[in-house]
Design a protein around this ligand. Sequence first.
Ligand SMILES: [Zn+2]
Length: 349
Amino acid sequence: MHMRAMVLEAFGGTLRLETRPVPEPGPGEVLVRVVACGAGLTLESIRLGHLGGSTPRILGHEYSGTIAALGVGVEGWQEGDAVTGSFYLFCGNCVMCASGRETLCLNNKGNIGAKIDGAFADYVVVPARNLVRIPTGVVLREAGIIADAVATPYHIARERARIIAGQRVAVIGAGGGVGIHMLQMAKAFGAFVIAVERDAAKLRRLQDVVPDALIDASESDWQTSLSQVAEGQLDVCIDFVGSPETTSKGLAALGRGGTFVIAGSMPYLRSDKNAVISVAPMYMVNKELSILGTRYATRAEIARSLELVCDGKIKPIIGAAFPLEQAEVAFEAIRQNQVFGRMLIDCTN
Ligand SMILES: [Zn+2]
């Protein structure tokens, strides 16, 4: 049996349609019939080789589908089960995995879609331990953007920023695929949510989503507006851009006891990716600020994100969808930073 696959021949290159044999799941692995795949900046980072792995490689890290075959020794799953999963190849045994922080696995082997073949294909083989069940009530196609674009915001809201109801929370880069779900997540946690976005078209469309206030980051002193909108007490600022400008202005807008969360994957893609954050020690002391990093989400958090979607608390926002064979068009849209919300590759047509 054969399948279609979009293959990256070499880092930095373009994707090419190939016909390949359907892979067989080894011990502890499952074969998944792919329904949909999310596409965003993580993929562009993988394409450029910033997240490791090797080529030629089938890309695609965030997927939904149904189990088509089980490898030897796989228990707890059946053919036909609807699944998504973590794209980290964590070990499940180290001290980080055992303490529920599998994204920080000491033996992480890399990512699905970079180190091993991903889901830009009719079928993908993944370790069974990576799987997360998709509950009935979540549309399978929409589940294709939950494992990263929704789960990452859940990890930020609950484990890193620890958002509590009534806090004022700003999201920088709010119109992107993860940012837009971060807005919804902060709202679901009961926050007053401020969207910061520099693209005029995205800013207009954000008005119809969830934020309580919008800040136009194309204006030179937007940090002043941000601080004012938060009435001087911005509790949390989540930065999906991570540039010298956004980090310095975001930190400047924080109120007392504020938390700044660096969440961006943009630094990989910019010429100033080696830039550092500069902050006066006494500014940190006087306001008792926190600066945090954040990294993806665990399987438990992906499962909870699926429940939030099932309960209608989060609505997956698919900004554009492309058939599998046009995945390269999606990359161009990512590079142009054009798409509002998350992009989806539809592997069923
Ligand atoms: Zn581990």
